[in-house]
Write a protein that binds this ligand. Sequence first.
Ligand code: ME8
Length: 534
Amino acid sequence: MNYIDNKKTFALTTPLYYVNDIPHIGSAYTTIAADVVARYQRMRGNSVLLITGNDEHGQKIQRAAEARGLPPQVHCDEIVAGFEKLWQKLNIQYDRFSRTTANRHHAIVKEFFHRVWDAGDIYLSQQKGLYCVGCEEFKEERELLEGKRCPLHPNKEVEWRDEENYFFRLSKYQTQLEKLYQERPDFIQPETRRNEVLNFVGQGLQDFSISRVNLDWGFPIPTDPKHTIYVWFDALLGYVTALLEPEDEPTLENALAKWWPINLHLIGKDILRFHAVYWPAMLMSAKISLPEKVFGHGFLTKDGQKISKTLGNTIDPIDLVDRYGADAVRYYFMKEIEFGKDGDFNEKNRFIPILNADLANDLGNLLNRTLKMAYKYCGGEVPNLTGADISPENPLKTIGLPLGTQVAQAYENLAFSNACEAVLNLIRTGNKYIDEQAPWTLYKQGNQPAVEEVLYSVLESVRLAAYLLSPIIPGISNNIYQQLGFRTNFDDKTQLSNTANFSTSASWGTLPGKQKLGEPHPVFQKLEFSETSS
Ligand code: ME8
């Protein structure tokens, strides 16, 4: 394990998204999840490096630029700016933005190529087959739909290729890969994805071509510049380039010094093979240790249908955030879709009702009504109690005490939706508890100690909920913390990376008595369905 200043390092990646088009809701989905993991790891006091970026080379991008009548680099720069804008709007705190057109990336690709070449794992041969430019991948005929169409890109025909290419000796790594999957059963997650990979590898691995001819947009093969390096061979190394410190010379040694091995590659199920088969084999060939884990999540549909331009049902994530805010979008995807499974986006019937129920009615309302009572009955201060003063039978204390550990475990397992459900259970119980206890009646009866116990335990539960949900809804959590009288800023990376903070803050019963409360105001405005602005 790597320790820096006594902290564990945790490096994670999103895919480096293609720049053939403006960002897709799917890219937003993976990146939100990655940001949640990064924020959780920072909360645990770890040193975190979140890598995202763009994959800019290859035929698909070259054609997209041609279609717009732009030089490829100009096209890429424009699209990349759109990704950066989206990440800012979604409150994604990435540490590195990897662009495969960067000069330092070229240096890393060259050095890596030479290592694989020196290992004797690259040779020239004839490549014949059907190529899907959308996937940037050769396809077997049995993988295709009728009319030789790729199931992922059915609006485009695959193209016949018969050309001389350089090949990577993937087949040489068959046994080593199988050993890897057996010895490290967690390497590929979830289990269904692991099984897909075992099946694929079990059929026997074939060498794959890592160069293209008649394509300018990419890096030349260092030993034979008539060939261009295959986009995937180049793109996967974008993760390594991203590890360089800004002032570092771009060498593999420097890149691998501090953050390698990467702890988690978060990807969608569509690019599993590249990450769980090709990538470890490439690293084995270059004598580089392997990443810790590859997690392939499911695919999003819209109103039950595949999202595609042809169907005209794409969702512009920027428009969605503009209409509903970052926390709403982040929460919906993390809470409503079991991470790893496919999931649906339905704006009117699921997105809006769920956000209104959970964030406005349950969480927001509980804080708002309790704060108002704390002003009325306790002079605008947290009642002068600690968790230890609250009766062990108190239902909020019973749920609250083990909650920090449960939710931490859910985040560790990337079970975001379980994390949300566990917190919501506390919140819903809080609303029920306050209705049953009726502090307004207790106050009229002059039972001030009972009023204070009720209000303390509810305020503390809202605090704990805000803390534990802060990786998912940092804006709302900041707002709740301010209303509870704290100056915490969940967007401040330095403030959070302190291990002691987590054990205190994730424990029920740590809200300081007599803390001056902030002004009550709704933390989440009820959403109305609005038509897209575009
Ligand atoms: O594959 N549902 O880039 P890409 C969920 N450049 N996630 C989705 C999705 C959907 N409907 N559609 C896309 C590439 N995604 C390569 C990666 S990495 C070195 C190179 C997400 O722009 C999901 O994460 O096609 C998927 O794996 C990724 O976008 C594909 O992004």
